[in-house]
Design a protein around this ligand. Structure first.
Ligand SMILES: CC(C)(COP(=O)(O)OP(=O)(O)OC[C@H]1O[C@@H](n2cnc3c(N)ncnc32)[C@H](O)[C@@H]1OP(=O)(O)O)[C@@H](O)C(=O)NCCC(=O)NCCS
Length: 181
């Protein structure tokens, strides 16, 4: 018999409180029920890799504390996934950022980053790290804008290589570190 009261087995909070209210958007922690809409947003946001729905379900559950959804009038408009690398507790690694095409260019990407970093956390990250392809101008400018707001430095090194690591199937990804925050 399954004991639904077993510690750690509660499915989800009954209501999802807004954590942060932006100019037009509400920012909150994702839940298991957001995963399909998040997957659809990622699929509609090239050049992001379309991850499996299972991957997104894990992000919306195990990694929900380091992910953000942005909603406008109840509709999903933005998503950030991240995690704290186990061997780098001072780092928030930002995996993917997606903003609905019609909502781009008005600061939502940077606002979601700020919402992620504004969560109550006794071990607040000192660094934001991410990877970007050299050709992704929008992503580069979004992270540059964030660094400027935070008066932080930006460091960039080669990391995942097109030939060596991606087997020629993906543009190289540079590792960007922004900090100290
Ligand atoms: C990258 C992305 C998340 C940015 O979201 P956004 O809400 O439009 O970003 P912001 O409005 O906060 O923009 C911040 C900066 O990026 C610039 N920018 C936004 N879209 C741009 C574009 N298409 N081309 C060039 N610069 C762009 C803005 O002008 C701003 O720069 P500025 O402050 O120097 O003027 C969004 O374009 C997107 O979802 N792209 C597809 C997925 C992707 O590439 N994700 C990033 C990789 S993880």
């Amino acid at each position: 018999m399954i004991d639904s009261g077993c510690a750690g087995l509660s499915a989800r909070p009954s209501a999802v409180p807004a954590e942060h209210v932006g100019r037009d958007h509400v920012f909150r922690t994702p839940t298991i029920d957001d995963a399909r809409a998040v997957s659809a947003l990622i699929a509609a946001s090239p050049p992001l890799d379309a991850n499996s729905l299972y991957c997104t379900l894990l992000q919306c559950t195990h990694f929900a504390g380091t992910c953000v959804v942005a909603e406008k009038d109840g509709a999903l408009e933005g998503w950030i996934s991240g995690y704290r690398p186990p061997d780098q507790p001072e780092t928030m690694f930002v995996w993917q950022v997606a903003v609905r095409e019609g909502a781009r260019g008005s600061g939502l990407g940077v606002a979601m980053l700020e919402a992620l970093l504004s969560r109550q956390d006794p071990s607040a990250p000192a660094w934001v790290k991410t990877t970007v392809t050299p050709s992704n101008e929008a992503s580069r400018r979004m992270f540059a804008r964030f660094a400027k707001r935070r008066q932080a430095q930006v460091f960039e090194i080669a990391w995942f290589d097109q030939g060596q690591h991606f087997g020629g199937q993906h543009e190289s990804e540079k590792l960007i570190a922004i900090g100290p925050l």
